[in-house]
Write a protein that binds this ligand. Sequence first.
Ligand code: FBP
Length: 556
Amino acid sequence: MSNQKISELQTERAKFKPVLPGIVKNGPVNVMPKFGISTKGVSDYEMVQKLFPNTYGMPIVNFVKGKNSEVTKKNIKVGVVLSGGQAPGGHNVIAGLFDALKKANSKNKLIGFLGGPSGILENKLKEITSLLIYEYRNTGGFDIIQSGRTKIETPEQFEQTKKNLLENKIDALVVIGGDDSNTNAALLTEYFKKENVNISIVGVPKTIDGDLKNEQIEASFGFDTATKIYSELVGNICRDVNSARKYWHFIRLMGRSASHITLEVGLKTQPNIVLIGEEVLAKKMTLSQIVDGITDIIVKRAEMKKNFGIALVPEGLIEFVPEMKELISSLNDILSENEATINSMNTLEEKKNFVCEKLPENLASLMKSLPGIISSQLLIDRDPHGNVQVSQIETEKLLIEMIKKKLSELKKDGKYGGKFSAITHFFGYEGRCGAPSNFDANYCYALGYNSAVLVLNGLTGYLSSVKKLVKKADLWECGGAPLTMMMTIEKRKGKEKPVIKKALVNLNGLPFKTLLENRDTWAMTENYLYPGPIQYFGPSSVTDITTITLKYEQKE
Ligand code: FBP
C-alpha cells in the first residue's frame, strides 16, 4: 500500500464487502449462460442490421446455476478501460472484475489501459494487482487508471486497437462507459468479428446521467450516488432559503440531454420549480413561455411576501427548446463542415459573424438576440462524439436575465411589487467522484463481476446486465444484453450513424407524473425535504435506499 494518507471514512469504507448477487456468489465456475431468443435493434432495424452483419440479432443471456469448469481451465488476460465522464463506483467495477477473474483462475491477469480509450491507441497500460485494487475498493473517482473521451471509431483506430491488443496478448476488453462509448464498443466488436480477431468486448453501463437504460439495463451506475450528493446540496439550499427568505436560487444540474438527474433531485427535495427538458420538447415550449411560467410563480410568491425560492434547471434544457434545438443542430453542422476555417479565426466575434452568415435568417436573428455569453458558449468545441458541451452553457443565467426583463415590465405595469435577487449554482462535478453509496458499491461490484463471467464464457458484444435492482443485492439477476439490440440511427456531425438509444425522461412514467401531481403545491409552499448526506453506516432504511426513479419505474 502507498504511504498516502487516507481519510477516516476511507479507512472504514475499505472494510465494506459488497454483497454479490446469489447467482454468481459461488464464482464463475458455478454459473452457465442461458440464451434467450434472438433480438433486434430499437428502430431503423434494416440499417442497423446492415451495419452490424456479424453481431446483429444475438440473444439475451441470463446466468443460471450450473457447473462450468471450462472457465477455470483457461488462463486469460483481460484489458479494462474507463471511458467518458467519471461516475461513482468505477473502482468497484474494476474490483469485481478483478476478483471474478482471479476466482476463476489465479493466473488470469487484468490490465488497465490508462487515460481512457487513448490508452489503448497509445499503448499506455498497467497491470491491476491485488495490492493496487485494495487501495481503491469502495472509493469514488476513476483515478486508478483515469478516464478520457477519445473515441475509437475510424478504420485506422480499429486497426491500431487490434494491433495493440494482439501485441499485448489481450483476450478480452471490458469497456466501462456511457451510450457513446458502448456504441463504439459495438462497432469494435463488429470489426473484430469481421477480421476474425478472437478478442471479446464487453461493456459496463456507466453514467451519472441515468440515460443508458432500457429493459435489460435498469440503471447506469453512478446515478444513485451522484443524485444523492446533489440532493443533499439542494436540500441544504432549500433550508437556507427558508431561513434567510431573501434569495431565489437557480440551480443547474448535470445530466447532459436527459433530465433524469433533475427529476430525481426534484422528487427528493421538493423545491418550488423543477424544469424538465423532455416536457419542454413535448409541449414545444419557447424560451419565453418557459420564462413566463417561472415569472408567474415568482410574482405569485411575491404577493404572499415570499421573495425567495428554488428552481432546478436541467443542463440539457436548452437543447429541448425547439428553436434552440434547431439552432444547436444547425450550428453542429456548420461547425463540423467548416472546422478548419473556424479554428483559424482569432476572435469569437469573427466566429459568430461567420456562422450567422451561414445560418438561415430566423436562426441567425435568434443567435444575435441571445446574451453574448450564451451565444459564445454555443460555439465552443463539440465533444469527440459531436455533442454540444451543455455543461459549459449557463442556461440558468440566460433564464435569470430574461426573467429580470419580464419582471421589470410587470413592475412598470403595476403587476409586480416584489424583490428579485437571484443566485446561481451549477452542480455536476461535485457528484461525479463521490464515494459510492451502498447501492452503487454493490451494483458496480456486481456489474464488474458479471462482466468477467461474460468474458470467461467467451461472449462478445454484450453489455453487463444486472437486474431486479429494487430487491436486495443477493437477489439481483445477472446476464448480458447484446449491444446491437439498443441501437438506432441518429445524425451525428451531419452524418447518419448507429448509436445506442439514449433514454430520456418518460413523461408517462410514475417519476414524472409524481412531479406533475405535486408541483403546483410545491411552487407556492415550502414543502422542502432535506435528504442530508449519504449514509454509509446505520439503519438499512437510510443506508440502502435506491433512487425514487428506480423505485417508481420498477413499480410500473
Ligand atoms: P458521460 O456521459 O460520459 O458519463 O458524462 C457525464 C457528464 O457528467 C455529463 O453529465 C456532462 O454534461 C458531461 O459529462 C461533462 O463532460 P466533461 O467531463 O467533459 O466536462
